[in-house]
Design a protein around this ligand. Structure first.
Ligand code: PBG
Length: 320
């Protein structure tokens, strides 16, 4: 039955009806806020390209996490900026490293908060690449060894979910084996399964001080032109033991989120990355966009595309 018996506007006409029929929700439990931790005490270093985001020392990180938790946020994703960088990225797997320190403090102080740890080396290596270099190239299998060590250090500190982001072949299998052998059979792995070599990471590399000293990441991160390859990456990570798979970035990859969601039966996460955040902030600061509405629309789109979880720097603003 079409018009006039059917009138689509009937269901939109007033907010009582309209809000009951909303298909997609943005419940706080869906959100994960990334946070940057650095050494020191009472240190807050604003990240110029990401207004509203700071590098925080552990004491201030706890304050921030507590305040987010009071707003209803349930999960955070932790990145570390180490005291020192070296060729092997040893700051990542040292049990006294900045991330294990921060995780121990978080789990002590705010046990109800889910703590996800990013597992990568670009913040920890002097050359800024995501693993061990040999002859100017990333050595895949040598990197697997430090990935396993880092996963164990993070698990021992109390991380609930380990999230490897380096796009190293075999990383999920290496982590699963290390965790199982180390007595952490129940720790979850969220794989950055389909991670593209994206210009949208620009502000993050300031934030995490992780820009590569030479070259780029195209020999490990994916070509933005490819979709079939993303599905293959996702399939392999699930076979290796990924519990959750992620698509990153999010906005320019809604088709990938949707296809991954339809193809798999594991929870899907989308990473609304730094550049996506900074674009909105910059436009809002110029008065060109209504920030709150824009953010809701973007995050709703990610949920509608199929994301069960959304990693977003907008989490605080959304909940506040
Ligand atoms: C580390 C990592 C990056 C991001 C998350 N983990 C940067 C990169 O791959 O260059 C990007 C996050 C963002 O842009 O918000 N490998």
């Amino acid at each position: 039955m079409a018009f006039p018996a059917t009138r689509m506007r009937r269901l939109r006409m007033n907010p009582l009806v309209r809000s009951r029929l909303e298909e997609t929700d943005l419940a706080p439990r869906r959100l994960i806020a990334p946070l940057f931790v650095r050494p020191g005490r009472r240190e807050r270093r604003p990240i110029p390209s990401m207004p509203g985001q700071d590098q925080l020392s552990v004491d201030l990180l706890i304050q921030e996490a507590r305040s987010l938790s009071r707003l209803g946020l349930r999960s955070i994703l932790l990145f570390g900026i180490p005291e020192r960088k070296d060729a092997a990225g040893s700051g990542a797997y040292s049990p006294r490293g900045i991330v294990p320190q921060a995780v121990r403090a978080l789990k002590n102080e705010i046990p109800e908060l889910l703590v996800v740890t990013d597992l990568c080396f670009c913040e920890y290596t002097s050359h800024g690449h995501c693993g061990i270099l040999k002859g100017g190239e990333l050595d895949n299998d040598a990197t697997l060894e430090i990935i396993a060590k880092t996963a164990l250090a993070q698990a021992r500190a109390g991380a609930d979910i380990i999230a490897p982001s380096g796009m190293i072949d075999g990383m999920i299998r290496a982590i699963r084996q290390a965790l199982d052998k180390g007595g952490f059979r129940d720790r979850v792995i969220m794989s950055y399964a389909a991670k593209y070599a994206s210009a949208f990471y620009g502000p993050f590399r300031d934030a995490a001080e992780s820009a590569p000293a030479f070259g780029d990441r195209r020999s490990y991160q994916m070509n933005p032109a490819n979709a079939e390859e993303a599905l293959r990456e996702v399939d392999l990570d699930i076979q290796e033991g990924a519990d959750i798979v992620m698509v990153k970035p999010a906005l320019a990859y809604l088709d990938i989120i949707r296809r991954v969601k339809e193809r798999t039966h594991v929870p899907v996460a989308a990473y609304n990355v730094s550049g996506e955040y900074s674009m909105v902030k910059a436009a809002a600061q110029n008065g060109w966009l209504d920030e709150a509405r824009t953010v809701r629309e973007i995050l709703t789109a990610l949920r509608r595309a199929g994301a069960d979880l959304i990693i977003t720097y907008h989490a605080r603003d959304l909940l506040a």
